[in-house]
Ligand binder design. Sequence first.
Ligand SMILES: [Zn+2]
Length: 142
Amino acid sequence: MNLVRRGVRLETNCPHCGNEGETQVHLFFKCPYARVFWFGSPLQMDVVSVEGEDFLECWKWLCRKYGLEVEGVQFMRWVVCGLWRIWKCRDQMVFEKTMVEPNVALELLQGHWGELDVLTESIHGLQVVHVRLGVRGLGGHG
Ligand SMILES: [Zn+2]
């Protein structure tokens, strides 16, 4: 009797596709969900090619393949953001039973990236963001 087909979710199954045995390698790289996500990301990465028996091996493979390229730092930053996003979507599925579609996940990824960009710029450029509180008019003089 196939429990997955009957709609009974086992905790060890992948929350996205129901594949038996949720491993990190499956969740982040082999799951159909992950494949759509990575291919749709700015990296346009086909994760089928990622090699490794466990997460650390896959990570090392990615570092070897992309880490030394001109845009390597940028690339690996996208990878980290992407991994984090997949993990967040997995959590949402497991704990809140809500499916975050890959295209929504990609929008969230872009948003996250934009925030990081602002943060990095302000760190490197030592920019100070002055927040105008706008309370001047409250005293009744405005
Ligand atoms: Zn899966």
